[in-house]
Design a protein around this ligand. Structure first.
Ligand SMILES: Cc1cc2nc3c(=O)[nH]c(=O)nc-3n(C[C@H](O)[C@H](O)[C@H](O)COP(=O)(O)OP(=O)(O)OC[C@H]3O[C@@H](n4cnc5c(N)ncnc54)[C@H](O)[C@@H]3O)c2cc1C
Length: 416
């Protein structure tokens, strides 16, 4: 049986392992963290394509996987609904999908505490070398090791994530900690708030223990805020003066940074959102774009965020990782054992699709990126914001993901 070494044990790596196993491969995941990753509990938008691929991988997507608010609304500064639109999008949680994908993989196929340092290639054999000195041999190595991919850095040393000029503040609060009247007001809303130059989206998601039952859910906030390089450097610096260029662990974010963002929430967000935000321990992620010109290097392939990082506006990062996994498995499976032909097929199909998805999300983020430019340099469209148009375009953008999947001939991957 052919053996794949999958580097990175988040959603991208897990889905690659499941789908390669479904076409007859042995696939082993190597994750650098020593502990289970399940604590990364933030909200995650889904698409029908993601749900279809999860089902292909044998992971049932039932009512407990997410919450589907019936209305998208825009709240003004006073908290009044000023624009409203019906919508149908299931919001899940990273840890909900992780748990379901992780539990479905045999424990022996998922190794924690294995950080890759480099890849060695020798003809048809590929070897992963880990920081503990261990070496693993396989027929294929898949780098699903995220935005700061070690695998990509080795094969594409000049391709780096480009900072988009803004960060996403993220916060989650258990349903039990949200005042009941406020919960009732917000639970059925996909709520948008558009302070000048910023964008905040919030919605209910499965709770800490992945529950969607009444009383066990949670409320999720994503708040995009411009930050030029100096401001980013400041918030990435901890209380000891250490700068965390690759992302600051949430417990190290300085108390003064947290106090400032909470004070800003109180003055510029709708009061309902600000009240919830004030009760959370928020953290932030800088937003990046990344397009890899090549995603196959002999018997090494990139997938998920290691290959492309799309800004999160269409909430399609996990959907794209799932499509990568399905495309890789099908490309290899369809070429009757000719692995090189299968990998060439994966490169041909998935690279242009990944690029298109990055560009779709860049469009929505253009307004946010423009905020760190002098006002005179901002294009008219980036200054003029009609609330109804912004909400409509945002909801439509999520549906456009399906259009791109179809346009690039990938619909069959999702059983369509
Ligand atoms: C603000 C924000 C909001 C988002 N919202 C959504 C959303 O609504 N919907 C959605 O679908 N997506 C969303 N995403 C994107 C989504 O999180 C990712 O695209 C998706 O999880 C796929 O990630 P991945 O598995 O490829 O990489 P990651 O999740 O980054 O995982 C990479 C894994 O590799 C491991 N690793 C790294 N280096 C090594 C190494 N050297 N050796 C071994 N292991 C290693 C890491 O520890 C990590 O576990 C959002 C992203 C952001 C920043």
């Amino acid at each position: 049986m052919r053996r794949a070494l999958v580097i990175g044990g988040s959603l991208g790596g897990l889905l690659v392992a499941h789908l390669l196993r479904s076409v007859g491969w042995d696939a082993v995941v190597f994750e650098r963290n020593a502990d289970e990753l399940a604590s990364r509990g933030v909200g995650l938008g889904t698409h029908p394509q993601l749900i279809a691929i999860l089902q292909r991988a044998g992971i049932a997507f039932d009512a407990t996987m997410g919450i589907t608010p019936p209305r998208g609304v825009c709240l003004d500064h006073a908290g009044k609904i000023v624009v409203e639109q019906p919508m149908k999008r299931t919001l899940s949680g990273w840890s909900r999908l992780y748990r379901a994908s992780r539990d479905a993989l045999p424990p022996a196929n998922y190794r924690l505490g294995k950080a890759l340092t480099r890849v060695e290639r020798d003809g048809e054999v590929v070897t992963a070398v880990f920081t503990d000195g261990a070496r693993e041999r396989g027929d294929l190595l898949v780098g699903a090791d995220g935005v700061r991919s070690t695998v990509r850095a080795q094969f594409l040393p000049h391709v780096e994530p480009a900072y988009a000029g803004y960060v996403a503040w993220r916060a989650v609060l258990d349903e039990a900690e949200v005042p009941p009247a406020l919960w009732r007001e917000m639970v059925d809303l996909y709520a948008f708030c558009l302070p000048e130059g910023e964008q905040c989206i919030s919605y209910a998601v499965p709770g800490r223990d992945n529950e969607t039952a009444v009383g066990r859910r949670a409320y999720n906030i994503v708040w995009y805020r411009p930050a030029d390089r100096a401001a980013l450097r400041d918030i990435l610096t901890d209380a000891m003066g250490r700068h965390h260029a690759g992302g600051i662990p949430p417990p190290l974010i300085r108390p003064d940074v947290i106090a400032r963002v909470k004070a800003d929430a109180g003055s510029i967000l709708a009061p309902q959102i600000a009240e919830i935000f004030a009760r959370t321990a928020p953290f932030f992620q800088p937003i990046y774009d990344l397009i890899s010109p090549q995603i196959v290097f002999g018997r090494v392939a990139l997938a998920g965020d290691a290959a492309f990082v799309a800004r999160p506006h269409a909430g399609a990062g996990t959907t794209k990782a799932a499509l990568d996994a399905a495309c890789l498995a099908d490309s290899i499976g369809d070429t009757g054992g000719d692995l090189d032909a299968g990998l060439a097929r994966y490169q041909r199909r998935q690279q242009p699709f990944g690029k298109a998805l990055v560009e779709l999300n860049r469009d929505e983020g253009a307004y946010l990126s423009a905020q760190i430019k002098p006002k005179a340099e901002r294009r008219g469209a980036e200054l003029d914001r009609d609330l109804g148009a912004v909400l409509h375009a945002h909801i439509a953008r999520s549906d456009q993901v399906g259009g791109i999947v179809a346009a690039y001939g990938l619909a069959a991957l999702c059983g369509a």
